[in-house]
Design a protein around this ligand. Structure first.
Ligand code: AHZ
Length: 334
């Protein structure tokens, strides 16, 4: 016989437990006076399951039609999410992150060091999210990259109109071709649990899920196991980003050769060697809607444009995110 599901909640602090604030402690430590009688409020295991699953599936249902999908929760994607979430509370924004832990490559400064360098004027973004730093003139230093990432993440996750689906990979893009113009538009993303996505070779028929949206913002970082995903998918589709063929050539001097393999000459730029001065400007300048309905920002752009890597300076990721938020709103189909 199973016990009835409890519907009433006991207060967390029972009358047997005394919690006192040590008034003389400098940092206001909490002191539990009577650990022997300590007790949590009761709970049934299925209640925990329902508390999680009903919210998750309600979110899946709600965000299956989103206004914006951000692919990748690294520094660029989360900076964009912050700007969009703050300025447009009317939009439904889903963030899809392949890793269990969001944050991308932004938990350390470089070579496993703690401090994080941002060149000016990226200090404006730190002021916006309320992070202290040492001002060194042309650049600023945050004492730990994890302070930047955890602050940004906590702000983004608090917006009621943003949902992070982590441990979920974008496996493909939803595409629509305009019948009269033949122009391709990105109309959403195809997703799967990351652990499923990693096992397509070992199991058959694990079909994905989909999210329709008005604009996709792709910030999947540079080449890697999942990285530069949307740029690579565009190349497979043989779809030239419009600014490569119509004007914007941040690294034109690098003379990219058209790929023999792709139908209309689109070839991934491929990330170039490290050059902080060139790389950061190029990433911010290059942040744009590359094909209708798809904005690319952050280090993924180095694959599109063949720009340099910048290594351990993070100003371009924050400001590329800010510019991407603007590009996302401009890309909205009216
Ligand atoms: O897990 C990835 C990471 O958190 C996630 N991601 C990649 N492919 C995905 C997919 N579906 C869902 N198919 C995916 N998520 O995207 C995130 C990318 O974060 P990042 O920190 O790698 O990229 P960023 O562009 O925000 O920042 C890059 C910062 C730089 S610069 C640099 C260098 O010059 O060497 N190295 C780094 C890490």
């Amino acid at each position: 016989q199973t016990a009835p599901v409890s519907t009433s909640f006991s207060p967390i602090v029972t009358k047997d437990v005394q919690i006192k604030l040590k008034s003389d402690a400098k940092n206001g430590d909490v002191k539990f006076a009577d650990w022997d009688n300590f007790k949590f409020a009761p709970i049934r295991e299925s209640t925990v399951s329902r508390a999680m699953t009903k919210r998750y599936f309600a979110d899946l249902d709600k965000y299956t039609e989103s206004d914006v999908v951000i692919v990748g929760a690294g520094s660029a994607g989360l900076s964009a999410a912050y700007i969009l979430g703050k300025n447009r509370p009317d939009l439904k924004i889903a963030i899809i992150e392949a890793s269990v832990s969001p944050g991308g490559g932004c938990w350390l400064g470089g070579q496993l060091f703690s401090a994080m360098v941002l060149r000016k004027p990226a200090d404006v973004f730190l002021n916006e999210i309320g992070i202290e730093y040492d001002d060194e003139g042309d650049y600023v230093v945050v004492k730990h990259a994890a302070l930047f990432m955890s602050t940004l993440l906590s702000k983004v996750l608090q917006f009621p109109n943003i949902k992070l689906f982590n441990a979920t990979a974008v496996e493909d893009l939803i595409t629509r071709r305009d019948e009269s113009t033949g122009e391709l538009r990105i109309a959403g993303v195809v997703t799967n649990w990351t652990l499923v996505a990693l096992n397509h070779d070992t199991q058959s028929c694990m079909d994905p899920n989909t999210i329709n949206c008005n604009v996709v913002l792709s910030t999947t970082g540079h080449d890697g196991p999942f990285g530069a995903f949307s740029a690579k998918r565009l190349e497979k589709l043989g779809k030239a980003p419009k600014d490569i063929t119509q004007g914007f050539k941040p690294q034109a001097e690098q003379q990219q050769q058209p790929s023999a393999a792709s139908a209309d000459g689109f070839q991934l730029g491929g990330m170039r060697g490290l050059d902080m001065n060139k790389a950061e400007d190029a990433i911010v300048k290059g942040t744009r809607e590359v094909v209708p309905g798809l904005v690319i920002a952050g280090m993924e752009l180095s694959e599109v444009d063949g720009s340099n890597r910048m290594g351990p300076t993070f100003g371009a990721m924050a400001l590329s995110g800010v510019k991407a938020a603007e590009a996302v709103l401009n890309a909205f189909e009216v």
